[in-house]
Design a protein around this ligand. Structure first.
Ligand code: MG
Length: 255
């Protein structure tokens, strides 16, 4: 079911968005060569406890997951594309890290992701991150009341294709509200003018993710982490946004 939020409900969702943004900012500053992924998860967990927030991940157990996730943060490194399960791994020079984080604050969810390189970056990795962020920005710009979800999807897909990247549409954005994953689905490619009409009060996450040289993934033996089939690196960017008559609001904007 697709729910539309009143202006008062959108205001009530803002603290969750601000908190998710503050955690991703702290994690981005903490991520560095020599830092263990479990330390990043512990930092996020500590911030959740201090805020009195509730993790959307720790007990998450959907059909595509082998067991409850058990951590509060997704850490996808290099060829890990999505749903990276934090494990005992120390970040190395040049690693491309995607951090995906969702919590509930006062009963409202926000979901956001950012990608970065620790240490000395490779030019191609910076370009992949830049393309992914540009696709996110294009999707947000297309998220105007009166348009349709296909306009958002088409805008994301066009950026990827212009950059020569393949697009995997198995996972994409989603409605966000009282729970992390709701309708509508927000594919990372599609046809303009088609799909669900964008009405004021619609809240959803837009989350492009692209791999350098493949559009195929497989599941790591850990049961969660999705990796590129050819070992090429992946980047991911995500914001939770709200449609308003005055244009989209980025609830998870970082300052
Ligand atoms: Mg997310």
């Amino acid at each position: 079911m697709i729910e539309l939020r009143t202006p008062a409900e959108l205001d009530a969702m803002r603290p969750a968005g601000h908190f998710v943004a503050s955690v991703l900012t702290a994690l981005s500053e903490a991520a560095d060569v020599g830092v263990n992924l479990l330390e990043l998860d512990a930092l996020a967990h500590r911030m959740i406890r201090e805020r009195g927030a509730e993790s959307c991940y720790i007990d998450y157990h959907p059909s595509f997951g082998a067991m409850p996730f058990g951590k509060v943060l997704c850490t996808s490194v290099n060829d890990a594309a999505l749903h990276g399960l934090p494990h005992d791994y120390v970040l190395r020079d040049g690693d491309l890290v995607s951090l995906d984080f969702a919590v509930s604050v006062d009963g409202w969810v926000a979901d956001s992701a950012v990608s970065l390189v620790v240490g000395t970056p490779r030019d191609e990795d910076l370009a992949l991150i830049e393309t992914t962020e540009r696709a996110l920005a294009a999707g947000i710009a297309a998220a105007q009341a009166g348009k349709r979800m296909g306009d958002v999807s088409a805008a994301i897909g066009a950026v990827a294709r212009d950059a020569g990247l393949g697009i995997n549409t198995d996972f994409g954005g989603h409605g966000v509200g009282r729970t992390m994953h709701g309708d509508p689905h927000v594919p990372n490619d599609g046809r303009a003018g088609r799909g669900y009409p964008l009405k004021p009060g619609l809240v959803f996450a837009i989350e492009p993710w692209f791999m350098h040289t493949t559009d195929q993934i497989f599941t790591d033996p850990d049961g969660w982490t999705l990796r590129s089939l050819d070992g090429s690196r992946s980047a991911h960017a995500e914001h939770t946004i709200a449609i308003t008559k005055d244009g989209p609001i980025i609830l998870t904007a970082r300052h």
